[in-house]
Design a protein around this ligand. Structure first.
Ligand code: ADP
Length: 473
């Protein structure tokens, strides 16, 4: 079923990431704005301070050249020239008594307490600069205060920072527009970039939804979003391949189980019905019960083997490891199967160049593994054929080799013989469930070993069990 949930745009990852983009963008712009404003206004102040210093130097040299008269007339002239609203000049005694000032009609709201404070601060030879806000003008004024004539007088010059404030206002205005434009661009760009980045996630979601709806044939298509995304798509597709195989296997196994259980159950039912009809025939009923028990045993075997395989594959199988002599264990198997081989007219041989090989292994399970391989070898070898069981050893592992001159297995079927319920077409007539080799492989793997097979169709097969000696005693 396709789950189409109504999602609000505000809950989408694209929206949230875009908001983050825009916020980061906004804070970056604000930081640039604040720092550039600080730089701008401090450079303006520096420029005005230089003008004030230059002016005060000129007036001091006027005082030195022509005394009080000269400085007074220069102060008056400069104030007229610059504009009475823009500048003021004050010459004071060090006790803050005014000696001369330019026309102060435009400076009614002069804060004399602050001005006197500046005078006090300048008395030990400091040149004091201060920005003072004039309420009436609604403007900042930069004031320089410095001693003149070795502390006999104090000179104060004030100059409004009018033009510069206009410039800053213009700057604010322009920057405001830049912020708006950049934010709009940032939103569009952030949205597009995020959408492009999230696109593969959307593709994977769509694929998952299609799989849920239409089946396992769909795969995630690769775009060109970069290696990480390709890897994600590959990982997802590999996972789907694996699930598809598992699903296929599961279906196969289910079909096989159904098929394998159907025959014995049908037989049990038929025999039970016949026995009921002939209830007076006690001998016939006894035979019927015997067959029922046989079939029940057969069913129990199949079920137990399947459970055993599942447990071993899941790593849950308890392995009872003990020290055993591999040579005598294999020999026991050989001796057990010799009469069976003889009955069938097959020559069973045993070959081993070693007296003993000590291994740590679950001996009961290994015995059953060997029995399975010998049983198959004898079963699929015709009269006068040979089956040989050999033991070999290297530094790292011991090998048990079961070789027969039987019917052999075709190459294309060889890779399937370890699958659950798989039986080669030509051997369907022989008894068996197709679970033996699956069980063998699961058990030997659970014990740290391996199994491999070589075969030539019509000539015979060789099964090789390898048991690592580093796991062995
Ligand atoms: P089964 O109960 O059918 O023997 P197995 O899992 O033991 O089940 O074997 C699976 C299939 O592998 C067999 O049905 C047979 O077709 C093939 N096979 C196994 N051993 C041999 C062998 N030694 N020679 C030829 N075919 C074999």
């Amino acid at each position: 079923m396709l789950l189409k949930k109504e999602t609000s745009v505000f809950r989408t990852a694209v929206f949230r990431i875009t908001v983050w983009y825009v916020m980061i963008f906004f804070f970056a712009l604000i930081t640039i704005y604040v720092s550039s404003r600080i730089i701008l206004s401090s450079s303006n102040i520096k420029m005005i301070d230089n003008i004030l210093l230059q002016e005060s130097n000129n007036l001091i040299s006027d005082l030195n050249d022509g005394g009080l008269k000269k400085i007074k007339s220069e102060m008056q002239e400069d104030a007229q020239k610059e504009g009475l609203k823009k500048v003021f000049y004050r010459l004071l005694s060090k006790e803050s008594t005014e000696i001369f000032t330019s026309n102060l009609n435009e400076w009614q709201h002069m804060d004399y307490k602050t001005m006197n404070d500046l005078i006090k601060r300048s008395l030990d030879g400091n040149i004091v600069y201060r920005t003072i806000y004039f309420k009436d003008k609604k403007l900042n004024t930069r004031v320089i205060t410095r001693e003149v004539d070795d502390g006999k007088y104090v000179l104060q010059i004030g100059r409004v920072i009018h033009e510069n404030q206009e410039m800053i206002e213009r700057y604010d205005n322009i920057f405001g527009w830049i912020v708006v434009i950049m934010m709009l661009c940032g939103t569009v760009l952030g949205w597009r970039v995020t959408k492009k980045t999230i696109a593969p996630v959307e593709r994977i979601t769509q694929t998952a939804l299609k799989i849920g709806n239409e089946g396992f044939t769909h795969r995630v298509k690769k775009g060109n979003e970069g290696e990480e995304i390709d890897r994600l798509a590959d990982a997802f597709n590999n996972m789907l391949d694996r699930i598809e195989i598992l699903m296929f296997d599961l279906r196969d196994v289910t079909d096989n189980i159904a098929h394998d259980l159907k025959t014995p159950v049908t037989r049990i039912k038929t025999i039970a019905e016949t026995s009921m009809l002939n209830i007076s025939d006690s001998e016939g009923a006894y035979d019927g019960y015997e067959v029922i028990l046989e079939e029940c045993d057969h069913l129990t075997n199949i079920i137990n083997t399947i459970l055993d395989i599942s447990e071993a594959d899941a790593g849950l199988k308890e392995i009872n490891v003990s020290k055993v002599d591999l040579v005598s264990l294999v020999k026991k198997g050989y001796e057990l199967f010799s009469p069976v081989a003889e009955d069938k007219g097959v020559l069973l041989k045993f070959s081993c160049a070693f007296e003993t090989i000590a291994v740590s292994i679950d001996d009961r399970r290994l015995q059953r593994i060997i029995s399975n391989l010998l049983d198959n070898a004898i079963k699929f070898t015709g009269q006068k054929g040979n089956v040989i069981i050999e033991i070999d050893k290297s530094d790292e592992y011991a090998e048990i080799i079961v070789k027969d001159t039987g019917i052999g297995i075709k190459e294309e079927e060889l890779e399937h013989i370890f699958e659950k319920f798989y039986r080669v077409e030509s051997s369907r007539s022989t008894p068996g469930s197709g679970l033996g080799l699956t069980w063998v492989r699961s058990m030997i793997t659970a014990m740290g070993g391996t199994i491999s097979v070589k075969s030539e169709f019509g000539k015979g097969s060789t099964f090789i069990l390898r048991i690592p000696l580093n796991l062995s005693a």
